[in-house]
Design a protein around this ligand. Sequence first.
Ligand SMILES: [Zn+2]
Length: 137
Amino acid sequence: MSARLIPASTKLTQPYWDATRRGELVIQFCQACSQSTFPPRAHCPDCGSSKLQWRQVSGKGTIYSYTIAHRPPHPVFADQCPMAIAVVELEEGPRMMSNIVDVELENVTVGMAVQVAFESIDDSDVMLPVFSPVKTN
Ligand SMILES: [Zn+2]
């Protein structure tokens, strides 16, 4: 089994990775115009303000687009394929790329309601956000 890639945090992304360790998904909100944004940025993409504040979001969203990767995009993913790679549109607006887990891959659909979960990566203390279908009862 290959070692997985572990995201490196930067000064900009540290609050995001700190939150995932607490089991929380956070994104930035502009304090000048209220726009939500992801991935992490130094300035609001709408108004240019640098007054961005991290806030926890619901972790709920829908699948905007997806693909099933049969060939690993990098050798370290070999033992995870086939896997669902998706763009998830969060309830709060921004879209994020992630994996869809805990579902038969043939059942993944655009528009599917999903909920964030957090996966540890090997022996690191990094928790990676992934999404699984919302259970309907
Ligand atoms: Zn703004």
